[in-house]
Design a protein around this ligand. Structure first.
Ligand SMILES: Nc1nc2c(ncn2[C@@H]2O[C@H](COP(=O)(O)OP(=O)(O)OP(=O)(O)O)[C@@H](O)[C@H]2O)c(=O)[nH]1
Length: 203
């Protein structure tokens, strides 16, 4: 008798952050390994993509929700927070306002998401060295203040994109499947594997 393989764990990962920070591009980079060049098409409401990752020989299915950053779709995204297992909160290192808004996003997350949601802060577009206005240290400081793991990414070059999603997948897998004698997975330590982009900054 042929046994059916167990269904892979399904985990809901939601991408949030201001409009234009690169949520859709980050997802497309992760899913298809490509960069969406050309004109900026803002997400309307919410969009979904699935990807199955192999984490320590276990299949982990991520259902990734790409939300609209625009204010007018906020009530749509609010409805999804409750069912999210993980949140990737993005800002754009070339856009100071998107960074300044992170605190407001964290307040919103606190209000709508589950208390034990896995959260990670990402500073995106680090390939744009010339236009960078948010220093790496600023991101690190804010993340530390809130006790949130932090990475800098580029959807354009692909820097740390797989690493960010793998980190989330590992954390979710370890939470749902505690094997005896397995050492505890430490997301805060894992993000240190990140590759550093250029730290230089326009003053
Ligand atoms: N240089 C650079 N540009 C990027 C990067 N990621 C996204 N962009 C550009 O930023 C713009 C916005 O990207 P999107 O991914 O559509 O932004 P979004 O966060 O999904 O925006 P909303 O759907 O409105 O919430 C596009 O013009 C992208 O080409 C990146 O890593 N580097």
């Amino acid at each position: 008798l042929k046994e059916n393989p167990p269904p892979p764990f399904s985990n809901n990962v939601m991408l949030v952050g201001d409009s234009g920070v690169g949520k859709t591009c980050l997802l497309v980079r992760f899913k298809d390994g490509a960069f969406l060049a050309g004109s900026f098409i803002s997400t309307v409401g919410i969009d979904f993509r699935n990807k199955v990752l192999n984490v320590d020989a276990v299949k982990v299915k991520l259902q990734i929700w790409d939300t609209a950053g625009q204010e007018r779709f906020r009530s749509v995204t609010h409805a999804y927070y409750r069912d999210a297992h993980a949140l990737l909160l993005l800002y754009d290192v070339t856009n100071r306002a998107s960074f300044d808004n992170i605190q407001a996003w964290l307040t919103e997350i606190h209000e709508y998401a589950q208390q034990d949601v896995v959260l990670m802060l990402l500073g995106n577009k680090v390939d744009s060295t010339q236009d960078r206005v948010v220093k790496r240290e600023d991101g690190e400081k804010l993340a530390k203040e809130y006790g949130v793991p932090f990475m800098e990414t580029s959807a354009k070059s692909g820097l740390n994109v797989d690493l960010a999603f793998t980190a989330i997948a590992k954390e979710l897998k370890h939470r749902s499947m505690k094997l005896p004698n397995e050492p505890k997975f430490k997301l805060h330590d894992y993000v240190k594997k990140e590759v550093r982009g250029s730290g230089c900054c326009r003053s």
